[in-house]
Ligand binder design. Structure first.
Ligand SMILES: [Zn+2]
Length: 214
């Protein structure tokens, strides 16, 4: 189980209503600054797990975003307006991070105390050689305008990325209790995603397209 379970304020200080999120009261709309111990999962009041249901995530985000939206506090004190702007930015960041599986996995690794991409830059063993070879092949295919080869590369790389993401998904929820070694291995796996993304971006950008007649 997650050991970071924390006790957030449970009742609104203004109206004594039960708080369902730590930053805003459903009842009287009083805003509260983000508690120091709260993470993105707490902010959106959703279970701290990788296996999120994206529908519930969006619903939680929309509901809170609406309650703390700066427009709602137009007539209030400058403090309330500033707080609402600040909270909205934090909620947006939480949502952007948790809705994206790669960012979500990196975030869970971070709050589970694992290494960042700066601390551990390694990628899985043969990846760099593979990427170099693919890059050359892509360049060749682009030069010769070989669309079929490009499409094949696109498929191969997308599949590799999906396979890697599946491994990440399988391991993410075990991070809370993982050893340092396992957390490092997770980081190494996560690092490989951006190589796939870069290759896919190269396949999108056709350097010859600009000069072509259509
Ligand atoms: Zn209240």
């Amino acid at each position: 189980m997650d050991e970071r379970a924390i006790s957030l304020p449970v009742k609104c200080l203004s109206c004594n209503e039960q708080l369902t999120t730590p930053i805003v009261c459903d009842g009287c709309h009083t805003l509260y600054p983000v508690p120091q111990s709260a993470d993105f999962f707490d902010l959106l009041s959703i279970p701290r797990t990788f296996a999120l249901d994206s529908e519930s995530l969006s619903r939680a985000y929309r509901s809170i975003a609406r309650q703390i939206h700066p427009d709602t506090f137009g007539g209030d004190s400058i403090e309330a307006r500033n707080l609402s702007t600040r909270l909205s930015a934090q909620i947006n960041e939480a949502f952007a991070t948790l809705r994206d599986p790669v960012k979500r996995a990196a975030y869970i690794l971070e709050i589970a105390g694992g290494p960042s991409a700066i601390e551990v830059r390694e990628v899985p063993g043969t990846l760099l050689g593979e990427v170099m070879m693919l890059r050359e092949e892509i360049e060749q295919a682009q030069k010769s305008g070989d669309e079929a080869a490009m499409e094949k590369h696109r498929e191969t790389i997308t599949t590799r990325r999906e396979d890697t993401l599946r491994l990440i998904a399988d391991r993410a929820d075990a991070l809370w209790e993982a050893s340092d070694e396992d957390k490092k291995a997770f980081r190494v796996l996560l690092n490989s995603i951006k190589y796939f993304d870069n290759l896919l971006a190269e396949l999108q950008a056709d350097p010859l397209a600009a000069g072509k007649d259509h």
